[in-house]
Write a protein that binds this ligand. Structure first.
Ligand code: AMP
Ligand code: MN
Ligand code: MN
Length: 327
């Protein structure tokens, strides 16, 4: 646990940054903290948030229009908060902020986070970074806009309170946030479930073209760059596809890839009960959580899929062996 008062003693300027392709938890935690600091730490002359562009549906968050694009990140800040980001590389263009920072405070819940910065508050058991931000704030000082940001973050990273990372503490925090006058069902509806027509079309396409591997224990699908161009879809439009694939009966691991450039793929992995996908993603230079992880891989698509499948198969075999020994 960290004490904000102590960490900010004597500071005049703060920057807050999160990972590339910011998701609900990343934006929610960054904005929740920014709104709180701007309101309750008037001695701070500047509190800037640096992120890559955020989905339209997050624009309802108070002051989301003050978010600066990470490509503009520069300058020497007294304190730089790095939120929901497992390593320096995942900061993208915002990583330059670390070079001139007097102090870096890292708050995160990725199991793959090895720790960086002078101050670290890393709890892999936490549902989300937004949950951790809640814990460092004064409950009575959390107003409606701050609650909206944190609730959105927690709801997104738990798949709306469904994944195994969702604990009693998570629900209790969400319950307290619900009492702050937020439109909790609207937030979930508009930012999590609602999809644009294009997003639904491309989801359908990915499901239609999916394949089952490893005796139906693994489902995979890939989208090529030219297909994304055809639909006018960007990476943000592909969120949620891998989660939908995971809901296939009998499947342990879902794997979704999209082409980022020639012979380069962004890989998303999800598992149900057995496979530690964070281990696999970390092996290939990425990271994440036990049940949700990602990485970027080079090579032709068949090799990429084969490499990933081999690791999944190995873990499944090991799990089976353990089971046999037990039985
Ligand atoms: P995604 O599949 O992109 O939704 O990511 C699932 C989880 O893995 C998220 O918690 C991400 O923060 C993490 N993750 C995804 N890609 C990477 C990567 N290249 N490096 C580290 N962590 C990642
Ligand atoms: Mn995230
Ligand atoms: Mn997160």
């Amino acid at each position: 646990m960290i004490n904000l008062q102590n960490e900010l003693a004597g500071a005049n300027s703060v920057a807050i940054a999160g990972h590339v392709r910011p998701d609900g938890d990343c934006v929610g935690s960054c904005m929740g903290l920014a709104l709180y600091l701007r309101k309750y730490f008037p001695e701070l002359q500047r509190t800037e948030v640096y992120l890559e562009s955020i989905p339209e549906s997050f624009h309802f968050l108070k002051d989301s229009d003050t978010i600066r694009d990470s490509s503009e990140a520069s300058g020497a800040y007294d304190v730089v908060f790095v939120l929901d980001c497992g390593d320096r590389e995942r900061l993208g263009d915002s990583a330059v902020l670390l070079d001139n920072a007097k102090k870096v405070v890292c708050i995160d819940h990725h199991i793959s986070n090895k720790g960086f910065g002078e101050v670290q508050y890393i709890e892999p058991q936490a549902s989300s970074t937004s949950e951790l931000i809640y814990l460092i704030l004064d409950e009575e000082k959390i107003d409606t806009p701050i609650a909206e940001a944190l609730y959105m973050g927690i709801a997104h990273d738990t798949g709306v309170f469904q994944y195994s990372n969702c604990t009693r503490r998570t629900m209790e925090i969400a319950g307290l946030l619900m009492e702050k006058g937020i439109d909790f069902s609207g937030i979930v509806d508009r930012t999590f479930f609602q999809k644009t027509y294009i997003q639904n079309q491309i989801l359908g396409r990915a499901l239609l073209e999916s394949m089952m591997l490893l005796d139906g224990k693994c489902i995979i699908s890939a989208i090529r760059k030219k297909d994304m161009e055809f639909y006018g879809a960007g990476p943000k439009d592909l969120e949620g596809i891998v989660s939908q694939m995971r809901y296939t009966t009998g499947v342990e691991v879902a794997m979704f890839l999209y082409e980022t450039s020639i012979q380069e793929y962004k890989v998303s992995l999800r598992s149900n009960n057995i496979v530690d996908v964070s281990k696999i993603a970390s092996y290939f230079g990425g990271g994440g959580h036990v049940r949700a992880a990602g990485c970027t891989m080079q090579g032709n698509i068949h090799d990429v899929i084969n490499n990933l499948t081999r690791h999944i198969e190995k873990q499944l075999e090991e799990a089976e062996e353990k089971q046999t020994l037990k039985g």
